[in-house]
Design a protein around this ligand. Sequence first.
Ligand code: ADP
Ligand code: NI
Length: 221
Amino acid sequence: MQSIKQLELIHAFAQKKMQTDQTGHGFDHILRVVNNARYILKHENQPTNELITLSAAYLHDIADDKLVTDPVKADQQLQTFLATIGFSVDQINEILLITDNLAFSKTLGKKQFVLPLAGQIVQDADRLDAIGAIGITRAIYYGGVYHEKIYDPTIPPRTQLSKTAYRDLTQETIINHFYEKLLKLKALMNTATGKQLAEKRQQFMLAFLSEFKAEWQINQQ
Ligand code: ADP
Ligand code: NI
């Protein structure tokens, strides 16, 4: 099967799986990540497998443990699907190596896993969608779904986060999530293109936080 056709089928598969998400990881997020990945691929000018990169971008959230109750089963379904549309065992392994090791939460409390370049591109593409104006909107949306407080100046952002602590939202505030994760992503970008795109988005988040706190303080007087 031609790779264009395979990508069309992956597009439809990801759309079906992600369209019911209500945590800011819906299919619109997936499409932005695919587009970011295309952009980075084009500007990085390094030999990378485009089919593997874009497939992993489409599929990166499908077996995520915050979104599905049984990630092992979701991974198995994904493998079966990829085999049905003509991917070889090696290609399937390359894609799953990326989708299984991409998440920020998976890097917490562990030695950083070095992703292949295709994975580094998808990781940057995903992280770009977590920062800037869209990142701000997604964090507020996610915080709303999980009933986080907006802000509480008496709760300091957590530093040394384990994965379990990161997913414990009882003490979390939306504003603290910026300090615990979102502001750190710029420095974690893998590619030069990712770093360049992250710069403006970082400035926008910093401006947002400073305006937010200024308004909050007026309300406290
Ligand atoms: P990953 O899949 O890389 O581990 P996360 O699950 O941490 O990513 O986050 C995906 C997106 O969900 C974040 O970029 C952010 O927008 C939102 N999010 C995650 N945790 C929180 C939180 N505690 N408060 C607000 N938003 C969150
Ligand atoms: Ni994602």
